[in-house]
Write a protein that binds this ligand. Structure first.
Ligand code: PLP
Length: 361
């Protein structure tokens, strides 16, 4: 068996230790005589796994007690629709800062329910930079301000999250949660699909300042109501139990690796290797994102032609470097460097980049 270096943007690489533990426990878990995927979510055995995962995520991310933590099916896009349903009244003004593809998606999910003000939009500049906060047209009466902490496709990341005053800040942290310390108390809501940094696809984490759960929001079914999920510890209906368990294994693994401080150092080191390789290539490789907002997690880059991009991706795959094809919205190459991607993967990538340039430059 050969496990290649996996640069997938999501579903993404998982640590071998986590996969091995899941494999070892697949047929019979924790002495219960069945797999964890075969037992009730309401069993004491599973409830303990769920509670431990929440406790470990609180430790890992530093989530204060006055925040609820939900584990929900439906991924990040579903949260983009639930946020306006839960935190803004019908037609109420909300502010969105659009810094790439996922910001646009968030706007699309909110529009049926609320009056979306695009406070800033990096689209005119081709999403190469984050518009300076001095130029944001924030509304005085917005129900919340929505930002995308890391734009997975365009490779743009807020390095310093701006202060938006008393309006609750709602942040999509799908592709950068747990990759560095963040001050949760600065946010009203943080949400993240698991399949980038937290485990397999199929579950999302939603972190909500509890006072926001008192907001009336829009008329909505129970199942779309964060309050109802919070009141039932995310077991209003059957939660994605296997994904919750796997995310729990990831949390334990990340804590054992040294937590978010360790991953901040690691992601800094990995991304610096790749950006240095791009910037030092004399233009053979190109990344157009402003240096101050370059993502540590997802690095899109381009060669001189689509034909060369395609050759790079296919030769890289043969060399054991997987999933480097860029998202179809932007093309080119994309290297995703989530927490489970080791430093050796980034080293192998830059070695391959140098070799490929020598042969094709
Ligand atoms: C992947 C991603 C999403 C979409 O997640 P789904 O789970 O597929 O809905 C949303 N936002 C960001 C920043 C992402 O990286």
């Amino acid at each position: 068996m050969t496990r290649a270096f996996n640069f997938s943007a999501g579903p993404a690489a998982l640590p071998e230790e986590v996969l091995r533990q899941a494999q070892a426990e697949m047929l019979e878990w924790n002495g219960v005589g069945a797999s964890i995927v075969e037992i009730s979510h309401r069993s004491a055995d599973f409830m303990a796994v769920a509670a431990q995962a929440e406790a470990d995520l609180r430790t890992l991310v530093g989530i204060p007690d006055d925040y609820a933590v939900l584990f929900l099916g439906g991924g990040a896009t579903t949260q983009q629709a639930l946020v306006p349903l839960n935190f803004a009244s019908p037609g109420q003004r909300v502010d969105y800062v659009v810094t790439g593809h996922w910001g646009k998606t968030a706007v699309r999910q909110a529009k049926p329910y609320v009056d979306v003000n695009i406070a800033a939009d990096g689209g005119a500049g081709g999403f190469r930079d984050i518009p300076p906060v001095s130029q944001w047209r924030l509304s005085r009466d917005a129900a919340y301000v929505h930002v995308t902490a890391n734009e997975t496709i365009h490779g743009i990341e807020f390095r310093d999250m701006p202060d938006v005053g008393n309006v609750p800040l709602v942040a999509d942290f799908s592709s950068s949660i747990a990759s560095e310390p963040i001050d949760v108390s600065r946010y009203g809501v943080i949400y993240a699909g698991a399949q980038k940094n937290l485990g397999p696809v199929g579950i999302a984490v939603v972190i909500i300042r509890r006072d926001l759960l008192e907001r009336a929001g829009q008329p909505r079914a129970d199942i779309f109501d964060y309050r109802s999920h919070a009141a039932r510890d995310s077991m209003l209906n059957t939660p994605p139990t296997w994904n919750w368990y796997m995310a729990g294994l990831m949390f334990k693994w990340m804590l054992a690796q040294g937590g978010v401080e360790a991953f901040a150092k690691l992601s800094q080191a990995k991304s610096a290797l790749v950006y240095d390789a791009i910037d030092g290539s004399g233009g053979f490789y190109r990344n157009d994102v402003a240096a101050a907002v370059r993502s540590r997690m997802n690095i899109p880059f381009f060669l001189a032609s689509e034909e060369l991009d395609a050759r790079f991706v296919s030769e890289a795959k043969k060399a054991g470097l997987l999933a480097l094809k860029g998202h179809k919205a932007v093309g080119g190459i994309r290297a995703s460097l989530y927490n489970a991607v080791p430093l050796e993967a980034a080293q192998a990538l830059v070695a391959f980049m140098a070799d490929f340039q020598k042969r094709n430059g």
